[in-house]
Design a protein around this ligand. Structure first.
Ligand code: PMV
Length: 329
């Protein structure tokens, strides 16, 4: 069977930074995100008894070895085990946005792969099961199974079956924009897994960071439900800066930002002081994601485009969850 799925990346408003178990990829704390419509991964999977290894094509390039290939093949093993099949798979995946550049392509990538591969394998999983499965590929992918705003639950079980995301409010709940300032092209130097592990092992701030998250999750949920922009701005910027502070305090310190990233932080805060409703968040890379209400999109875009060092600006909006778009025998 052959199946094609679409998924969007998501951006965390309350960050995930740290694992309680590496093998099952279990987060140390919860997180809260918005799924980003306007950026898309489209993935087709077919299991084929006639091939003797998985074949992976990403953005028209064959990936036949190395960590990227291993990550996909390992994920396909999980699907095969669950479905009780042995056939290898052909995976063809396309992103319509830059891959591996801090735009959460692993979130949309593994969410799309989870939906396409399980359908192609004949499995019929619930959204929670799909989310827990997507988590095995990438922690943030668990959240892209859902549209709109989602909360990732850290769970308490050792097997991770209760570590999945749940919807908070759908994409039509709040017409926000997330405007992305691309400040550098190319893949990041320190992967999020490496960054998390080093922070966990060496940062004196790691435990305090993890302890701070559950209250932020609770507050962010309430702010989203009440569409309270100022409160969400407060929580999201604090969560982002605390995550980066914990990483910077590791040894050697992890600095994902460049000069333009820092300029943008100041410019966003200054614009907010002057009356433009905007706030920033930053993941494991130098890009800055700026939230604003839909009616402030043009002003927000201008603010970012007008900043020296910004190479590109992408506008996203609340998007739908991962979904199957085609299935054939
Ligand atoms: O999904 P991962 O393992 O790439 O980790 C994502 C980490 C951050 O993007 C920095 C934060 C988050 O919650 O998405």
């Amino acid at each position: 069977m052959k199946a094609t799925a679409i998924a969007h990346p998501n951006i965390a408003l309350v960050k995930y930074w740290g694992k309680r178990n590496i093998e099952y990829n279990l987060p140390a704390a919860g997180s809260v995100s918005l799924t980003l419509g306007g950026l898309e991964t489209r993935t087709t999977v077919s299991f084929d008894g006639g091939i003797d290894a998985d074949v992976v094509e990403l953005n028209d390039n064959l990936v036949d070895q190395g960590p990227k290939y291993d990550r996909v093949a390992h994920f396909l093993d999980l699907v095969r085990n669950r479905a009780g099949i042995r056939e290898h798979a052909r995976v063809v995946s396309h992103n319509d946005f830059p891959t591996g550049a801090g735009l959460a392509s692993s979130a949309s990538g593994f969410a799309a792969l989870a939906v396409a591969a399980t359908h192609a394998a004949g499995l019929d999983l619930s959204d929670s099961e799909l989310s827990a499965l997507a988590r095995r590929g990438s922690g943030s992918a668990a959240r892209s199974i859902f549209g709109g705003f989602a909360e990732m639950r850290a769970g308490t079980r050792e097997d991770g079956q209760d570590a999945y995301a749940e919807p908070i409010c759908g994409a039509d709940h709040w017409d926000l924009r997330c405007v992305i300032a691309v400040t550098a092209h190319g893949e990041k130097d320190i992967s999020s897994t490496e960054g998390m592990t080093r922070t966990h092992q060496t940062s004196p701030y790691y435990d305090q960071w993890v302890d701070s998250v559950s209250l932020d999750v609770e507050w962010a949920r309430a702010a989203i439900e009440q569409r309270d922009f100022d409160e969400l701005a407060r929580i999201a910027e604090a969560s982002c800066l605390r995550m980066h502070a914990s990483a910077m305090a590791a040894e050697p310190g992890i600095i994902y930002w460049n000069g333009t990233t820092v300029d943008l932080i100041h410019r966003v805060r200054k614009a907010r002081k002057e009356g433009l409703p905007v706030f920033f968040t930053i993941d494991a890379g130098p890009q800055v994601k700026v939230f604003c209400p839909a009616e402030s999109q043009t002003d927000c875009e201008l603010l970012l485009r007008d900043t020296d060092g910004v190479r590109d600006v992408l506008v996203t909006h609340p998007g739908e969850g991962a979904r199957l778009i085609e299935e054939t025998d």
